[in-house]
Design a protein around this ligand. Structure first.
Ligand code: S3P
Length: 182
């Protein structure tokens, strides 16, 4: 059986920094044999510089505009893909409305401890370059959780699940959703 069978739309992963979007997107891509698109990489390619430099030289507003423009490009018709987004994609209204047009939107939740652990391994996230990253994570989560919720078709709590289990859960729900004509 073709494992991609039943996938009629893109699967779009949203969620906070360090929630596992990139890893789960790769696992889904491998399971389905579909292309994986990483929005942050596309933004870096377009800007010709890495994200920390974009924030430092152009500012967050400029980054958000480019993020929305790249998301808009993904709304063009094509074969179903896995799309991994940056954690702040839901902060702009324009991007929130584009998400659902682009595909089946899955919000990956992760415990604060896991987020803190994963994001402390490198310094490529300008919004967490602060003396108290835990407090920043908690403040941003409080602002963003209602936006993730309002933007998603499915919520998965990844705490206690390995990436394969998370990916299988997503596939099962996505296939059901698509079979219902969603
Ligand atoms: C951001 C998350 C990052 C990246 C940028 C801003 C955010 O992506 O887009 O640093 O506002 O949460 P990841 O979620 O992949 O770390």
């Amino acid at each position: 059986m073709n494992p991609a069978k039943g996938l009629t739309k893109n699967i779009v992963l949203i969620g906070f920094m360090g929630c596992g979007k990139t890893t789960i997107a790769r696992v889904l891509g491998r399971m389905l044999g579909t292309e994986v698109v990483d929005l942050d990489h596309l933004i870096e390619e377009k800007a010709g510089m890495p994200i920390p430099r974009i924030f430092a030289e152009k500012g967050e507003g400029w980054f958000r505009q480019l993020e929305a423009a790249v998301l808009q490009e993904l709304s063009a018709p094509g074969p179903p893909r896995i799309v991994s987004t940056g954690g702040g994609i839901i902060t702009r209204k324009r991007s929130r409305s584009l998400l659902r047009q682009i595909g089946y939107v899955v919000w990956l939740q992760a415990p604060v401890e896991a987020i803190l652990d994963r994001t402390s391994r490198n310094r490529d996230r300008p919004l967490l370059e602060t003396v108290d990253p835990r407090a920043r994570i908690q403040a941003l989560l409080a602002e963003r959780e209602p936006l993730y919720r309002a933007s998603s078709d499915l919520v998965i709590d990844t705490g206690g699940l390995d990436p394969e289990e998370t990916a299988c859960g997503i596939l099962e729900s996505a296939r059901y959703h698509f079979a219902q004509g969603g």
